[in-house]
Design a protein around this ligand. Structure first.
Ligand SMILES: [Zn+2]
Length: 152
């Protein structure tokens, strides 16, 4: 994968690639004798080439503008909006599931003393996959603020 900095270089490369292809077709069109059907075929091809060049460049530009959000990364990491700290860590889906699973484990241990707690523990175990549905969170280690990580 190419990095985000070189998007303009990527666009440049796409332009060069199509200039080359389009140039060849135009040369072909001018240089050789073609009947009307062949001419139409080449013109069609030229049109399609220009079309896909535009689409590719548009796609690259869209990607460039989505990663251009200041202070935010592709994975949704950003500086703490409350205190501006960069000591922000992310809690993903696995962490949510693991937290549920761990509390289930604790309840089962407690259930060895107070048996009805085993039921809660087993339930927590069973629902722990729900954690995978949870949103990715950013957590500030300085001011303890938690917020949902918006993907760029
Ligand atoms: Zn903070």
């Amino acid at each position: 994968m190419t990095g985000e900095i070189s998007v303009s270089e990527q666009i440049e490369a796409v332009r060069r690639k199509y200039d080359d292809l389009i140039g060849k077709e135009e040369y072909n069109l001018k240089t050789y004798d073609h009947n009307e059907r062949q001419r139409q075929k080449i013109l069609n091809k030229l049109y399609k080439l220009q079309e896909s060049e535009r689409t590719e460049i548009k796609g690259l530009e869209r990607r460039a503008s989505s990663v251009g959000v200041p202070g935010m990364r592709k994975d949704g990491w950003e500086h703490c909006p409350r205190c501006g700290s960069n000591r922000v860590k992310q809690k993903g889906k696995i962490d949510h599931a693991f937290a549920l699973w761990m509390s289930g484990f604790v309840f089962i241990l407690l259930g060895l003393i107070i048996w009805p707690l085993i039921i809660i523990g087993v339930l927590l175990f069973l629902i722990s996959p729900i954690g995978f549905l949870g949103a990715k969170m950013n957590v500030c280690r300085d001011c303890k603020k938690q917020w949902i990580a918006n993907k760029a």
